[in-house]
Design a protein around this ligand. Structure first.
Ligand code: 6PG
Length: 262
């Protein structure tokens, strides 16, 4: 797998290591550029990380310099149980002294087209550009679906090939349009791939088959299908995987299985 692979016996160890790495990258960004532009992932995997940071790391970073964004959001109100913002707020953001104006939630309660326009406007002027039209985030946290999706970029989506779009809406066609969560707002691949650092947090046995597949297909000349979203991550900066043992069970080569076991 491209990038550095860290494998942990238990999710709790994964969360501790990911928290330490996130804080290191935050201190580095603040020291070098005066701010830390951090994109949070949704889903359940990062919950333990957010809780750990919120409970134990209030003193370990100058949170007044941190700007929070979201890789994607479900089109639901901010207090809905499916809201990625709600999870981050309850577990972490409500416990850290980050100025509220620096927490940039995606407006899940707005009509999707308006929420997209609002986030596109935001990304027009922050985070700072340093080499062209794309915003460069210091760190983007991502989870991975068992189908290889990242953020709300799903296999087969034409959004995967749109190069000039930074944010867009997604309709999960396998869900009824009236079902909460069937409509989402997501950052796109050009933005994800322009990050200084990407951290993939993947835990649980349900992800093992997909991790095995992407590892196996890396060794093959040509995959027999269009690349999956997870396989389209080619970040300019560093990419690091934080896996637990269950998710890594299918990584059969010694290099992949125990490259940096903890
Ligand atoms: C979301 C995430 C999504 C998530 C994966 C993994 O809004 O759900 O952006 O991409 O990271 O689906 O989800 P779990 O962590 O719940 O397995």
């Amino acid at each position: 797998m491209q990038g550095e692979v860290h494998i942990f016996e238990q999710p709790a160890q994964l969360h501790h290591a990911a928290a330490e790495r996130l804080l290191d990258l935050g201190r580095e960004a603040i020291k070098q550029r005066g701010a830390f532009h951090l994109v949070l992932s949704g889903g359940s995997t990062p919950a333990g990380l957010y809780q750990l940071i919120g409970e134990q790391h209030r003193q370990d970073l100058d949170w007044s310099r941190v700007h929070i964004y979201f890789g994607d959001e479900r089109c639901v109100p901010a207090d809905h149980e499916m809201s990625n913002y709600r999870m981050a707020r309850e577990l972490m953001l409500s416990r850290l002294p980050i100025p509220s104006v620096q927490v940039h939630a995606i407006s899940g309660d707005l009509p999707p087209a308006l929420a997209v326009g609002e986030y596109r406007d935001l990304l027009e002027h922050q985070p700072p550009r340093d080499d062209g039209p794309l915003p460069r985030f210091d760190l983007i946290l991502l989870g991975m679906g068992d189908d290889g999706h990242i953020a709300s970029l799903f296999p087969g989506s034409e959004l995967l090939y749109r190069r000039k779009v930074l944010v867009d809406e997604v309709h999960l066609d396998h869900l009824d349009a009236r079902q909460p969560g069937s409509r989402r707002i997501t950052l796109t691949l050009p933005v994800l791939n322009h990050a200084r650092h990407l951290m993939l947090l993947v835990s649980g046995a349900s992800k093992a088959a997909m991790l095995e597949r992407i590892t196996r297909e890396e060794g093959e000349d040509k995959a027999p299908h269009a690349p999956l979203p997870i396989q389209m991550l080619q970040p300019l900066g560093g990419m690091e995987w934080y896996l637990d043992r269950d998710a890594a069970a299918g990584l059969n080569s010694p290099h992949e299985r125990d490259p940096l076991s903890h």
